[in-house]
Write a protein that binds this ligand. Structure first.
Ligand SMILES: *Cc1c(COP(=O)(O)O)cnc(C)c1O
Length: 356
């Protein structure tokens, strides 16, 4: 397979713009920028550095290896890095020594922190399940988790930095129930001696829309990259800019009995969806042309009408912020029955990222 000639352009000024918009919107709550899945396919370290440069003090890493990668890349305290998907194979000592904030759901996780030989105090955020059932202590287990953390805090083993949860953000009424359950859990923790923890509950959708979901910190993933959910308001209408543009040069032009077609050297091995041909258009010289079947492993085809003036080497924009006639990732997601986030996290790491 030839090296892909496509490229992903990551506009860090658009990222900074989005972070400014989100920071202003949720203030006085703070913004955590979530960089899981290689910063939603945009490039982990470059995105995290740009976020820190623009004043962000919280990075959400998902797992401990990602958090340690960021520390090794020079993202040092006082920038906080939060990891909440803990693998029993992780070395808690390494995370604690690197001052990684840990999301904790179980008594077992606290005990493995207590058993680790690290001499530093572990920074922990205790997680309550408020209905999503994607880890987090149940309300029944919550007092035991909090009490153990409090006694470890008295011994200097942990510092209870935060209390948090994750909610569905698919239904306002469900979210309201989760917010009420979260407030109850915070009250229980306070009664057990956890005095002023950072409280965080919301990701992009609820954090953007609901003041009562913001608490002290909002964990923004999708919106930081200008990726709103499908079938809803566009990024533009929310004052956000899509950070990623994908481009590739025309690699050949063929004349067929029923018209011409142009190829680009990006296919399903690069992460393009086989549902895309016939459903999306790409931009060439500011005009929209359909992607047509077949989508090959390393090649896609673009239908050309008779008056299209196209030559090998001309740049095709698959998706971008829409300013040069291309579709946005939200439109691609809607057309191919998926979310824009899925389109970006599926992209092959082989495609070069260019940061501008
Ligand atoms: C992925 C994730 C987020 C960010 O979600 P978006 O909807 O992309 O903003 C926030 N919190 C947790 C726990 C997550 O896993």
């Amino acid at each position: 397979m030839t090296a892909s000639t496509g490229e992903i352009v990551v506009d860090l000024s658009a990222l900074r713009h989005n972070l400014d918009v989100l920071t202003a919107r949720v203030a006085p709550a703070h913004v955590m920028v979530v960089v899981k899945n290689d910063a939603y396919g945009h490039g982990l370290v470059d995105v995290a550095r740009a976020a820190v440069d623009s004043g962000i003090s919280w990075i959400g890493a998902l797992d401990v290896p990602t958090a340690l990668t960021l520390r090794e890349a020079g993202i040092t305290p006082p920038t906080r890095i939060f990891a909440w998907l803990l693998d029993p194979a992780d070395d808690p000592g390494a995370a604690i020594s690197a001052s990684v904030d840990l999301g904790i759901s179980t008594v077992d996780q606290l005990q493995s922190i207590a058993a680790s030989p690290s001499s530093s105090t572990a920074r922990v955020h205790l997680k309550i399940d408020t209905g999503l059932h994607r880890n987090g202590a149940t309300p029944e287990d919550w007092p035991d988790l909090v009490s153990l953390a409090r006694s470890l805090e008295d011994r200097g083993v942990v510092e209870i930095v935060g209390v948090w949860t994750h909610i569905a953000e698919a239904d306002d009424h469900e979210d309201s129930l989760s917010i009420a359950r979260f407030n109850e859990a915070v009250a229980v923790a306070r009664d057990l001696g956890v005095e002023a923890p950072l409280r965080h509950l919301a990701a992009s959708a609820a954090g953007f829309a609901r003041a009562d979901a913001r608490f002290d910190l909002v964990r923004f993933g999708a919106f930081a990259y200008g990726l709103p959910p499908g079938d809803g308001p566009s990024a533009h209408s929310m004052g956000l800019r899509q950070v990623m543009t994908m481009r590739a040069p025309v690699s050949s032009i063929e004349v067929l009995p029923d018209g011409r077609r142009a190829s680009i050297d990006l296919g399903f091995a690069d992460g393009l969806s086989t549902l895309a041909p016939g459903r999306v258009g790409v931009a060439l010289h500011g005009r929209r042309h359909p992607l047509v079947s077949p989508l090959e492993v390393d090649r896609a085809w673009i239908g050309l009408d008779d008056d299209a003036d196209v030559a090998v080497g001309d740049l095709v924009t698959l998706w971008g912020d829409g300013s040069t006639g291309e579709q946005t990732l939200q439109e691609w997601g809607d057309a191919t029955e998926t979310m824009s986030e899925e389109l970006v996290v599926r992209l092959s790491p082989r495609i070069p990222r260019r940061f501008v």
